[in-house]
Design a protein around this ligand. Structure first.
Ligand code: XMP
Length: 514
């Protein structure tokens, strides 16, 4: 396996993605968390040093542990990783006036194991750069294998030691052959076999769960989302009857969702499933509350209460299973040190493990979202579950902004949302969109239907593309499509007489309306 040492680049996770895509397992660890004994225990076949926002010319800039270069294993430095590697091994890095950001071209001067079968001498190749500093003197033993206008040492190599360092970012898609360069590093240079697949992961994960749990009982919250669905099916395959799932129906689910969950998990998979219809409790607890954060807190708190009660009623358990993913686990490298601003308190059920005082089973801790989907497919989960858009824990409750929540309003929104999603599926657009949903606005406007005046609610439609939910662009539907959805919603949903489309990207907007 490969170790990625993180210096805080925005794209470090992509390095791990590319390494895993080459069939090699890898983990990301912050530069300041790595001790010599960790390196011995982890025993990587190769190390990659990530990029980062610091400058090695600063007095106290981050460094790779010296041991990294003394272990006799291949090392690949990327951007900041290249610079600190050069500096630490006796070269020189300087701040330059010639910054390179974005697309650039490198000239390949020399063969090198990294380029094997991908780039050949004499070629000009597209890469993606993002740097202010640059290497100005090579460390001993290195030679230049590629140059660019702004970076005379765009790629350098010490073939004998198997140290490689590049100024550009091979991990991003804007370096078209970057993934192959990384595969050359993991396979040819570091000698990894490339047999890490989802099928292999599934077997390992099942074994690990069996070992951890023994004869214990496990309880798992099921929401119908991708992550909890995959956890449930994986655990069921690992420990069968020792697993109980609890599905707390808040009343804020989408059309038909509760039935789908019960049908699939209870009837199809035969998983012990408690379906608690708690919608009245949730409506009562929320009362007339309209503040987004207070709604989230109330829903999150009540969810924990209901879950705990149901778990007790089911006879308790020794373990709590959770669909924690790798991006939640990676400790991020922070240079500012200050607390970040809370835009929305997403982790609305975050208090569950503390309250329930049980050991956690988290079989997805090592996976990225699309790897979870792949694992779901490997486990035979239907595509409809595996390919689902993300859906927030508080559900429709945060899609009815600025007005007290009522079952009637939820019904109106559910119907509009279902029509919208059905049209998206029919148009074959579902998979091209990260998330799409309807929002019921608190405004009523005048309309005319037949010969009568109407005075009904406005429905806003939202659809975005994104890769991680952190940034997003609105989806560019054609107008025919929007017109069709609008007509259907107004004709089929009593209570809505006007539909608008939200063209805000994130930032400055957020994906949800509150
Ligand atoms: P925003 O609205 O912050 O959303 O751009 C980014 C992603 O997070 C989801 N989201 C939530 N998920 N509980 C959740 O489990 C929440 O309270 C919550 N708020 C937003 C949102 O659907 C999008 O995928």
């Amino acid at each position: 396996r490969i170790l990625i040492i993180d210096f805080g680049s925005q794209v470090t996770q992509l390095i791990a993605r590319r390494v895993r895509e080459s069939g090699v397992y890898s983990e990301i660890h912050p530069f300041n968390s790595i001790t010599d004994s960790f390196l011995d225990d982890y025993n990587p076949k190769g190390i990659i040093l990530s990029g980062g926002p610091a400058s090695v010319t600063w007095a106290e800039s981050p460094r790779a542990p010296e041991k990294v270069f003394e272990m006799g294993i291949p090392v690949l430095g990327i951007c900041y990783g290249q610079q600190t590697m050069m500096q630490q091994l006796g070269g020189l890095v300087e701040t330059s006036d010639h910054h390179e950001f974005g697309r650039a071209f490198v000239d390949i001067n020399k063969d090198c194991a990294l380029f094997d079968g991908v780039w050949s001498v004499g070629a000009k190749e597209q890469v993606w750069m993002s740097h202010g500093d640059r290497v100005t003197k090579l460390a001993p033993g290195f030679e230049v294998v590629a140059t660019s206008e702004g970076a005379p040492f765009a790629a350098v190599a010490n073939e004998e030691k198997k140290f490689y360092a590049v100024q550009f970012h091979p991990e991003v898609v804007h370096t078209p052959h970057g993934a192959q360069l990384i595969q050359n590093f993991t396979h040819n240079v570091a000698g990894c076999s490339g047999d890490w697949t989802m099928a292999a992961f599934k077997d390992q994960a099942i074994d690990a769960v069996r070992k951890q749990v023994g004869n214990g009982k496990v309880i798992c919250g099921l929401s119908g989302g991708v992550d909890s669905s995959v956890v449930a099916v994986l655990l069921h395959e690992a420990i069968g009857e020792q697993l109980t799932c609890v599905f707390v129906d808040t009343g804020f689910m989408r059309m038909g969702e509760a039935e789908e969950v019960v049908n699939l998990f209870r009837d199809h998979y035969n998983i012990k499933l408690i379906h608690k219809d708690a919608s009245k409790l949730f409506f009562d607890a929320l009362g007339d509350e309209i503040d987004p954060e207070k709604k989230r807190k109330t829903i999150g708190g009540l969810f924990i209460d209901v879950f705990e009660e149901e778990a007790k009623a089911a006879g308790g358990a020794d373990f709590l299973a959770q669909g924690t993913l790798y991006p939640d686990v990676i400790e991020s490298v922070s240079f500012t040190g200050g607390p970040s601003v809370t835009i929305k308190s997403h982790h609305n059920v975050g208090g569950l493990p503390e309250r329930m005082n049980m050991d956690l089973v988290e079989p997805l801790r090592e996976l990225f979202k699309d790897e979870v989907r792949e694992l779901g497919r490997e486990l035979g989960l239907p595509e409809k579950f595996v390919g689902r858009h993300p859906f927030p824990g508080p559900g429709l409750a945060i899609r009815i902004p600025g007005q007290p929540l009522t079952p009637e309003k939820c019904d109106i929104l559910r119907k509009a949302d279902a029509i919208y999603l059905e049209e998206i599926r029919n148009a074959g657009l579902y998979d091209a969109i990260w998330q799409a949903f309807a929002v019921l606005l608190p405004v009523r406007t005048v309309g005319v239907m037949g010969d009568a005046r109407t005075y009904d609610y406005v429905c806003a439609l939202r659809a975005v593309t994104s890769t991680d939910g952190m940034t997003a662009d609105y989806y560019h539907f054609d107008h025919e499509f929007l017109g069709r959805v609008t007509n259907r919603i107004i004709n089929e949903v009593r209570g809505i007489n006007r539909v608008v489309y939200d063209c805000t990207s994130k930032p400055p907007g957020t994906i949800e309306w509150e």
